[in-house]
Design a protein around this ligand. Structure first.
Ligand SMILES: [Zn+2]
Length: 276
């Protein structure tokens, strides 16, 4: 019995454009959720530090030049089912065709440019404030949920509008914290929280070069917050060297699936108790 065998589902809660600024904003819900888990504000995203590249690498476990999600997004193409790399959703649906999976996003291009055209993935796109009740309803109606991806967008919008690290940006991070709290309260009320591996992270930061933008290879854009809790997750594991691509590896491992050998994402050593 491995330490991950008690995990029934993986929930990835993504806050667009939060970078490493999460630690500067009041985030009582995230703090409470990760109290018994592990976190770092020194994880690294991929270059260029833009959403198509970064969410693509988070969900495909490889560098942008391999997943090409950003190119599908730019050309407004649906990602073909036979793409050279597969998202977590595609891998899980091929391994377990009856799996219940969902992607709730504000930034709609993720649904077609990053995630395959896969009928078994429940996809819903709406502004952040409308996402949260929709996610709650989905959780309550889907107790056998195995993979949920959420992308909240207001934090990145606030960074572009007010500056990354500004008061307005940090306020938006606190609001996203409240929404994450609501989602996890729904899991708790449904009796699903204890068996969930929850990853809270972001795609990129901002202000690395331009106070109101991101995309560069500078630390302000590239450095990101990453946290994880759930059955078997070590407390305060050393997550030095963690990259956004490792998110996909952690998720697959938690779902009991092998991590492809050609992935750039790896399972962080020591994240799970008694492993590695
Ligand atoms: Zn942006």
């Amino acid at each position: 019995m491995t330490s991950t065998s008690a995990i029934k589902r993986v929930i990835i809660l993504g806050i667009d454009g939060a970078g490493a600024f999460v630690k500067q904003a009041p985030t009582p819900h995230i703090d409470a959720l990760l109290m018994e888990g592990s976190q770092t504000d020194r994880a690294q995203t991929v270059f260029p530090s833009n959403s198509g590249e970064c969410w693509g690498s988070l969900l495909h476990g490889v560098l942008p030049e391999k997943h090409e999600s950003h190119l599908h997004i730019k050309m407004d193409n649906e990602r073909p089912i036979s793409s050279p790399t597969s998202s977590l959703f595609q891998i899980l649906s091929e391994a377990k065709p009856d799996s219940k999976m969902a992607s709730f996003v504000c930034w709609r291009p993720i649904q077609s440019g990053v995630i395959e055209n896969n009928e078994s993935v429940h996809k819903f796109a709406a502004p952040d404030e409308a996402l949260v009740p929709a996610i709650a309803a989905y959780i309550r109606s889907t107790p056998d949920l195995e993979l949920l991806f959420v992308q909240l967008d207001d934090v990145d919008a606030a960074g572009h509008r007010h500056g990354y690290g500004s008061e307005g940006h940090l306020l938006a991070i606190s609001q996203a914290d409240g929404q994450i709290g609501e989602i996890c309260q729904t899991l708790l009320d449904a009796g699903m929280l204890a068996e969930s591996l929850i990853i809270i992270t972001t795609d990129h930061g901002g202000g690395g070069v331009d106070e109101f933008d991101h995309g560069s290879d500078q630390p302000g854009d590239m450095t990101i917050f990453w946290g994880c809790r759930g059955p078997g997750v070590a407390a305060n594991a050393d997550l030095a060297g963690l990259t956004i691509m490792d998110t996909a590896a952690v998720a697959l491992h938690a779902l009991g699936l092998p991590i492809p050998g050609d992935w750039d994402g790896k399972l962080p050593e020591g994240l799970f108790r008694g492993e590695g």
